[in-house]
Design a protein around this ligand. Structure first.
Ligand code: RP5
Length: 162
């Protein structure tokens, strides 16, 4: 079995509706990925093994989403040099500000490219991964350019009464 380019990991099944938005972007752009539940707190051994094997398996980008005490992206960045894009999942208690603060404030040496809270962040994580991969893949670069142009073209010149 060939290794996908992107690993999408999340702390819980409950994160999937958000993280699926990253997967949807990768599907649209024809990028291979895998999706796994890897929890920093509930399955720490799984996190360790995933991080230890990521580069050797050929993963090129990891998109990691978690909510609340969202330690998954940072711990994964500590364990692998594969670039980690963090998605703060929106929470009920603190609206995802807890997730954002847990992910964004990494110490020097172990960066996480942190996206916005929630849906926009997850979609942008997919696009960020695409942009990284497109640096080495001209066909993907063309697909990403076309995707961006289509989005721009879909924006009306003037607002209408609703
Ligand atoms: C985190 O706790 C997960 O990433 C999730 O966002 C949050 C809540 O998880 P569940 O209680 O819904 O499984 O670890």
């Amino acid at each position: 079995m060939t290794t996908p380019s992107v690993g999408i990991i999340m702390g819980s099944q409950s994160d999937w509706p958000t993280m699926k938005l990253a997967a949807d972007i990768l599907d649209e752009l024809g990028i291979s990925y895998e999706k796994k539940i890897v929890s920093a707190h509930r399955t720490p051994d799984r996190l360790w093994t995933y991080g230890k094997e990521a580069a050797g398996r050929g993963l090129q980008v990891i998109i990691a989403g978690a909510g609340g005490a969202a330690h998954l992206p940072g711990m994964m960045a500590s364990k692998t040099r594969v670039p980690v894009i963090g998605v703060p999942v929106q929470t009920r208690a603190l609206s995802g500000v807890d997730s954002l603060y847990s992910i964004v404030q990494m110490p020097k040496g172990f960066p996480v490219a942190t996206m916005a809270i929630g849906a926009a962040g997850a979609s942008n994580a997919g696009l960020m991964a695409a942009g990284i991969l497109a640096l080495q893949d001209a066909d993907l670069a063309a697909r990403l350019d076309a995707w961006r142009e289509a989005l721009s073209a879909s924006i009306a010149d003037e607002p209408v009464d609703e």
